[in-house]
Design a binder for this molecule. Structure first.
Ligand SMILES: [Zn+2]
Ligand SMILES: [Zn+2]
Length: 166
């Protein structure tokens, strides 16, 4: 029962974050959550402090509420999923997506000779998306999430937030 609730709530929180460029101020997230459902604090706590899916960039306001999160803290969607740095044909098995990084970054360089994959439905990619529970995410949001999380895709100094800090 609790597991079902956790899963459902995780989905709601993540889709709220994805709908807002991958992050939301905690105050706003709470407001949006209240509109859609009532969530037990314990469930919320479990999800927000799960550092495999969420990063919290601490705010400056006084922490409040049972979770002791600053209302101006930024809640960021995270994923451990990365792009594979090798070419698909040179890679036997790995834990990275086989995707062209230019495609992910939305740089449309039309090169007929691009040998990197541009497809999420590739069996290798589809398996990984399911594993990371990202299979239902629209491509645009998935690419955004990847860009925000993969240091390979974004040089550290251009990060809007410091994801390395907890
Ligand atoms: Zn690979
Ligand atoms: Zn390409």
């Amino acid at each position: 029962m609790t597991t079902d609730m956790t899963l459902a709530t995780t989905k709601i929180i993540l889709s709220l974050l994805y709908d807002n460029q991958g992050c939301l101020v905690f105050r706003r997230l709470e407001e949006l959550m209240k509109k859609s459902s009532t969530v037990e604090e314990s469930v919320l706590q479990m999800i927000l402090f799960d550092d495999t899916i969420i990063a919290i960039k601490e705010g400056k306001e006084e922490p409040s509420g049972p979770l002791q999160i600053c209302p101006d803290s930024v809640i960021v969607a995270k994923t451990g999923l990365r792009l594979c740095k090798k070419k698909a044909e040179e890679c036997e098995q790995c834990e990275g997506l086989h995707l062209c990084m230019y495609h992910v970054c939305g740089v449309f360089i039309f090169r007929v000779d691009c040998t990197y994959s541009h497809s999420l439905t590739l069996p290798h990619n589809a398996t990984l998306l399911t594993k990371y529970k990202l299979e239902a995410l629209p491509e645009k949001q998935l690419f955004q999430l990847l860009m925000q999380n993969d240091p390979f895709l974004l040089p550290e100094e251009s990060f809007p937030l410091d994801y390395t800090q907890k």
